[in-house]
Design a protein around this ligand. Sequence first.
Ligand code: SF4
Length: 291
Amino acid sequence: MAGNRKTAEVRVDGAPAPGRPWSATAIGQFHDCPLRYWWQKVERWETPSTTALVVGRAVHEALEQLLALPPEERVPVRGDEFLARSLINELALVEDQGLDEAEIREGAAASMTAYWQTEAPAEIEVAPDGLERRVDADLRGLPFLGHIDRIAVSDVGLRITDYKTGAPKPRFWWGYWRQQLLYAAALQELDEPVAEVELLYLKDPRQVTRPVYPAALHRALDDLETAHTERDRMSTAGLWEARTGPLCNYCDFRAACPAQRSNCPPPGGEQSNDILLKAGLTRRASEPNGE
Ligand code: SF4
């Protein structure tokens, strides 16, 4: 929620929000700043890729392939091979975006080195269909879609794990856990109860595991419900809340945001869109699968 941040209602010039499934990322984006969510998810603006995003995608892909091997073959040399391949793919996708290739390679290699300090992959019992698992479920009657990095069988039951290649930031902790708890709730709906959720931090190597307990699940589901109700209200009114705060310093929509500059043109109009295009953002032509 808004906490002690300032909020302002901004009238937008655009279509109402479509009723696509929620994702954990979209719920987080909505709670951070509904106006930014509107630009990203309703108006479908894509923000430029970053070194951190490319590193994250390459490392996730390499770990998925590593964990798909029989346990005895999950050794560092295979991880490095997979990372080299995934980097070729990911670098090709961003070759014209001016990112520093050496920095990406260095970051990816550091994450892979850190991975071996967090766990022994040969000891992980991956559950059937437990890698990059897509889950579709109705949570409190609302459609939810997620992709789970890994589902494994632990001593106490199923454990779901998320790899975090960015630096751990305390202000995002609830968002990280909310994502895992919503995945646990979705699997529970599919009769696959989850006993534990886990985060593997691959920058400052650390493994954090928590039991899934009802109060935490309720809190995560409350966030989903609140986002849905608030989004409906804002969409119907055509007024979206801009929540200013420290995140504005990293926001790709800042140049066009009326909460930052009162004489900005209305979001969604031609002038506002021109500002975003000049800032290097692009607009997706087709609808994504989820929000
Ligand atoms: S600059 Fe701040 S208030 Fe404006 S859209 Fe971005 S996060 Fe929201």
